[in-house]
Design a protein around this ligand. Structure first.
Ligand SMILES: Cc1cc2nc3c(=O)[nH]c(=O)nc-3n(C[C@H](O)[C@H](O)[C@H](O)COP(=O)(O)O)c2cc1C
Length: 165
């Protein structure tokens, strides 16, 4: 087993991980925001809960802090362009919702029309998780989308995030 300096200890884990990508969206009043997210997991079966980690430097973060709910969209394998819009541009500079179809969900969060699957729910807890904040959400609504397959981390390894973490 190889060991190294403390900052390198997790390197083998993080470099070899591959996981599906999501778009997480939030709204506070008229302000909408959203970003591409990979740090997402189901965290409970009964009741179903999801844990979504949002970087504290993202435009999405202060909007999510003021939101009652979040919407989470699993992306299909053909949705690189949507992933680029939400992951390579920032709401500090562009309105990501101008050129995508969306509607208000039951919590007020923007629900995107195009995805593989989605859920929306209330934020019931949040806590600091390092340079990201973890948001625990319920499932109040959701369903399948029309896109097939899964967009994975390894499909977007050339992406430059709109914000450094
Ligand atoms: C592959 C990939 C995965 C990402 N995962 C996350 C994540 O889990 N959480 C997060 O807050 N940002 C994540 N980001 C970064 C944001 O999506 C990106 O910085 C975005 O431009 C921020 O937009 P905003 O400033 O409008 O919120 C990821 C970016 C990429 C390219």
């Amino acid at each position: 087993m190889q060991r190294g300096p403390s900052e390198d200890l997790a390197d083998a884990m993080t470099r070899s991980a591959n996981y599906p990508l999501y778009v997480v969206t939030a709204a506070a009043g008229d302000e909408t925001s959203g970003c591409l997210a990979g740090f997402v997991t189901q965290s409970s079966i009964e009741p179903v809960r999801f844990l979504i980690c949002i970087s504290k430097v993202n435009h999405t973060f202060p909007v999510a802090e003021r939101s009652t709910g979040l919407a989470l969209h699993l992306l299909g394998s053909d949705q690189r362009a949507l992933a680029s819009l939400f992951g390579e541009t920032t709401g500090d500079a562009v309105d990501k919702f101008q050129d995508v179809r969306w509607s208000r969900g039951v919590t007020g969060a923007p629900v995107l029309a195009e995805c593989a699957a989605w859920i929306e729910g209330s934020i019931i807890a949040r806590f600091g998780a390092g340079d990201h904040e973890a948001f625990l959400v319920t499932v109040a609504d959701g369903g399948a989308g029309s896109h097939e397959g899964r967009l994975m981390l390894e499909d977007v390894e050339d992406f430059q995030p709109g914000h450094p973490a």
